[in-house]
Design a protein around this ligand. Structure first.
Ligand code: BV8
Ligand code: ZN
Length: 247
């Protein structure tokens, strides 16, 4: 695919010392992970906002666990797409690079990124509601799953109304405010506090680029909007960065 770069975007790519990429469900769409609000969105079939809450888990743990096992099943069969792999090359191209993701699908890690901010947890991890112990099982003797202490296991993800993991959002805001260039990729920019990261970067002088197949709640604050699939756009962007750096 071809990307038309504005002079300002080229300048930003050349000059950037610190870069942040902030991703949502759209970055995994080409891997086959359903997004939340898209046509095949999880919101449609499973009323995600009613299921991704502790109240729903308390009221109907089987249903909530079935929803997560359904998603785990999909996520267990898929792999990162070229967008994940291109993003995973970026730490080597800038003095400072941070990835922040809202996704719980682990695909950025499988694509080779180790140290990044997982704002909403990880679907491959469970934790005990009662003793807090972490658990990495995928199949369970009991359903809904139980901890060896007898307590209730839950997916180690952040539900609506729940605080994000300690330190995660603080680090996300710190690096977003300090960066020169932030990419917001594959996110509708609705869920808070993640949706406030690109505006925070912008307020602190960063050049903000959106990569999305449609306009979003964040488009109006972005300096550049690349209307494309991230799996197609990011390999082209990374190639351009290497060209500009003579790599
Ligand atoms: C919190 C983990 C503080 C679980 C998720 C009113 C009442 C109650 C709460 C609130 C309220 N107003 C605001 C809130 C806060 C609430 C919130 O934001 N609600 C929203 C609905 C308004 N937030 C919270 O509750 C957060 N916690 O605020 O705590 C607190 C706590 C207690 C007391 C006081 C304060 C916690 C939010 C985390 C929820 N957990 N996930 C799970 O996944 O099961 S959220 C989940 O949904 C995702 O992680 C993600 O964040 C969100 C989905 O958004 P996106 O990733 O953007 O995906 P979406 O489908 O929307 O968009 C996909 C985009 O990709 C689209 O733009 C599409 O065009 C694009 N796309 C598609 N294909 C491609 C593409 N782009 C590029 N390439 C492609 N190929
Ligand atoms: Zn326990």
């Amino acid at each position: 695919m071809d990307i038309v770069y504005s002079d300002k975007f080229i300048e930003a790519l050349k000059a950037a010392k610190s870069v942040v990429v902030s991703t949502g469900a759209g970055v995994s769409a080409e891997s086959g992970v359903p997004t939340f609000r898209g046509e095949e969105g999880l919101w449609k079939k499973f009323r995600a906002e009613e299921l991704a809450t502790f109240e729903a888990f308390n009221a109907n743990p089987e249903l909530v666990w079935e929803w997560y096992q359904f998603r785990r099943d999909i996520i267990g069969k898929i792999k990162p797409n070229p967008g994940h792999y291109a993003i995973a090359e970026m730490p080597g191209l800038f003095d400072e690079f941070h990835l922040i993701t809202q996704n719980i699908d682990n695909l950025h890690r499988i694509a080779g990124l180790e140290d990044f901010v997982e704002l909403h947890g990880n679907i491959n991890r469970n934790k005990c509601v009662d003793c807090g112990e972490m658990n990495y099982e995928k199949e369970f003797a009991d359903f809904p799953p139980k901890c060896k202490c007898g307590g209730r296991l839950r997916p180690d993800v952040v539900w609506f109304g729940e605080m994000l993991p300690p330190g995660a959002i603080e680090k996300a805001f710190t690096v977003s405010r300090a960066c020169d260039l932030l990419f917001t990729v594959g996110t509708s920019g609705i869920v808070q506090p993640a949706a406030s990261l690109p505006p925070a970067a912008k307020q602190h002088g960063a050049f903000v680029v959106e990569v999305n197949i449609e306009a979003t709640e964040l488009t109006f604050i972005c300096d550049e909007h690349i209307r494309a699939k991230s799996g197609e756009a990011f390999p082209v962007i990374v190639k351009k960065i290497k060209e500009l750096k003579g790599i």
